[in-house]
Write a protein that binds this ligand. Structure first.
Ligand code: NAP
Length: 246
């Protein structure tokens, strides 16, 4: 990763996004650490990384809201210039029978994952096109590839993120902008903290490597996709999942 690369990681207060922001910052990038409700955690991470000599900025925004996203990107631009790498990672999960999913549940799921990704991409792409360079990494899920019982709205939104990624990669390739997707398997974060013991065991049994992934496993993949080593990769879905889906 080139020093001073400007990176925006959404959903970086916790879990995968937090570790991703940390890895980019420790690699010498300038990193916007976006949070929503746990802005305190983003500030805490920013403080920790600043102490270690990193260049970081804690940012608060709801990715569902266009004006908040635009203000966040403008603030980052003012500090360091245009965004070189965007990581659309912010997400929520919900388990419900399909027939119990309300219209509000459905809209919220799509607003965070699909509209949020749409907003953040539109906020950074004009500058990327002007500079004929940039990398976008969207975080989907294995459920977006395989489908998931009792998470139809989540799986459908994550599948939409994959469609968005592939389409954008085609549209932006001629402008030398790479768009890729990471579709994690089961990762040990707050998002799966609600799983009961039988549920966890079932997932482990279905995972050939027999372990859950860590946020670092996904962060490494994201950082690789943002690096020069991935210069010929675009429109792809990379799924670190312990063999859950082969
Ligand atoms: P997490 O620990 O629950 O963190 C979710 C992050 O998203 C938090 O930083 C949260 O911010 C942010 N966020 C939620 N709604 C937002 C909104 N409307 N606007 C801005 N930020 C918002 O989740 P995680 O496990 O790290 O998941 C990260 C991504 O990986 C998600 O897209 C998830 O769907 C995907 N994923 C996770 C797994 C897994 O097993 N964990 C598997 C496959 C895919 P605040 O805390 O500040 O509100």
């Amino acid at each position: 990763m080139k020093r001073d690369t400007v990176v925006l990681v959404t959903g970086a207060s916790r879990g995968i996004g937090r570790e991703t922001a940390r890895q980019f910052a420790l690699a010498g990038c300038r990193v916007g650490i976006q949070a929503l409700n746990r802005y305190d955690l983003a500030e805490q991470l920013a403080g920790e990384l600043s102490q270690a000599g990193c260049q970081v900025l804690a940012l608060q925004a709801d990715v569902r809201d266009r004006s908040q996203v635009d203000a966040m990107v403008a603030r980052l631009c003012q500090s360091w210039g245009p965004v070189d790498v965007l990581v659309n990672n912010a997400g929520i999960a919900q388990q419900k029978l399909f027939t119990d999913i309300s219209e509000q549940d459905w809209d919220l799921m799509f607003a965070v994952h699909v509209k949020g990704t749409f907003h953040c991409c539109q906020a950074v792409i004009p500058d990327m096109v002007r500079r004929q360079a940039g990398k976008i990494i969207n975080v989907s899920s294995i459920w977006g590839l395989t489908g998931a019982s009792c998470e139809v709205h989540y799986a459908a939104a994550k599948a939409a993120v994959i469609g968005l990624t592939k389409s954008l990669a085609k549209e932006l390739g001629p402008s030398h902008i790479q768009v890729n997707c990471v579709a994690p398997g089961v990762i040990e974060t707050d998002m799966i903290a609600g799983l009961d013991e039988p549920g966890r065991n079932e997932l482990l049994v279905q995972t050939p490597l027999g372990v859950m992934g860590s946020p670092a496993d996904i962060a490494h993949t994201i950082c690789f996709l943002a690096s020069d080593k991935a210069a010929f990769i675009t429109g792809q879905v990379i799924s670190p999942n312990g063999g859950f889906l082969i």
